[in-house]
Design a protein around this ligand. Structure first.
Ligand code: ADP
Length: 305
């Protein structure tokens, strides 16, 4: 069974002709409200594939919280560990202009109130694999790592990226990053890292090896339409990409990571699980939205190649 620990947000989206500057008001189109947040996205993606999935998260006692619960339940996610209260449900306020560029304000709300005390042994106990991201407090992620039962695998997508303590890095099997996250973790100053300029190598295979040297047991680098790389003590291997007509890549990384965690929990080797995850990611980019775009196992099987 898969336990996802992470965020649940309502994404509030308004299309605008032009994104407003300071002090400016612009009129936009009708509001669209979508269930989102990396934790909820991962849980929905896995459940839709047929994985037995639970989510440990926190939402507010409000309409957005109920929207998220409904979306999770209708995908088949066990919501017994979706906690309520402490603050309003997290929201992302998103304006999108006609060229597709957006401006986003995130209010973490209840996600910031998911604490170490919420990480209970009985929730973790049933999981073969636990998957987390970084839209919840770092101390909560560290508490998850410390509470992992013997033999439970831990998968982390460090998004949004920030420096990770050694105990968290050491637990990752794998650490799953996209290009941006890899650059930040490897300390590229231009992307907000703390390292020397020019320190990040050009070749993604080198990113994978450098990330492995930070301490995780394995690393996966996702490369969008180029597929992915897997890396462990035995070396770096390319995961084939799947050619699809991409419509919207929102949430592709979340679907990839969820599928990967599920297949690893089912006992597959890393390259095999990653190849399946790449097919899930590819299927997810063929439809608009995040959770709305996630495929069933039958849809993944029907993809060419
Ligand atoms: P993120 O969404 O975190 O930026 P990526 O863009 O790397 O992550 O996408 C995650 C995975 O989804 C990729 O490794 C790949 O398997 C799949 N994917 C993403 N974009 C495409 C695409 N245009 N064509 C095929 N597969 C894609």
């Amino acid at each position: 069974d898969l336990l996802v620990v992470g965020s649940a947000n309502a994404d509030l989206v308004v299309g605008v002709e032009r994104r407003p500057g300071a002090g400016e008001t612009v009129l936009g189109g009708d509001l669209a409200v979508h269930p989102g947040g990396k934790g909820a996205n991962q849980a929905v993606a896995a459940a839709r594939l047929g994985a037995r999935t639970a989510l440990l998260a926190r939402v507010g006692d409000d309409g957005h919280g109920r929207l998220l619960r409904d979306s999770l339940r209708s995908a088949g996610v066990d919501t017994a560990a979706v906690l309520t209260g402490g603050a309003p449900t997290g929201v992302a306020l998103i304006t999108v202009d006609p060229s597709g560029d957006n401006s986003i304000v995130v209010s973490p709300g209840a996600n910031a109130r998911l604490t170490e005390d919420d990480v209970r042994a009985e929730v973790l106990g049933a999981a073969r694999v636990v998957s987390a991201q970084l839209e919840i407090p770092p101390a909560t992620v560290a508490a998850v790592v410390r509470a992992l039962p013997e033999g439970t695998r831990f998968v982390l997508n460090p998004s949004p990226p920030r420096p990770l303590p050694g105990e968290v890095l050491a637990a990752c099997d794998p650490l799953v990053v996209n290009e941006h996250e890899a650059r930040v973790l490897l300390g590229d100053e231009e992307t907000g890292g703390t390292g020397e300029p020019g320190e990040v190598p050009a070749d993604p295979a080198d990113w994978a090896r450098r990330l492995l040297a930070l301490g995780p047991r394995s690393v996966v680098v996702t490369l969008g339409a180029e597929g992915a790389l897997v890396c462990d003590a035995s070396g770096v291997r390319a995961v084939p990409s799947v050619a699809v007509a991409a419509v919207d890549t929102t949430g592709a990384g979340d679907a990839f990571t969820a599928a990967l965690a599920w297949r690893l929990g089912a006992g597959e080797e890393l390259p095999v699980a990653a190849a399946y995850a790449a097919r899930v990611g590819a299927a997810a980019v063929t439809r608009r939205g995040a959770q709305e775009s996630y495929p069933t196992a039958a849809e993944v099987a029907a993809l060419d190649a």
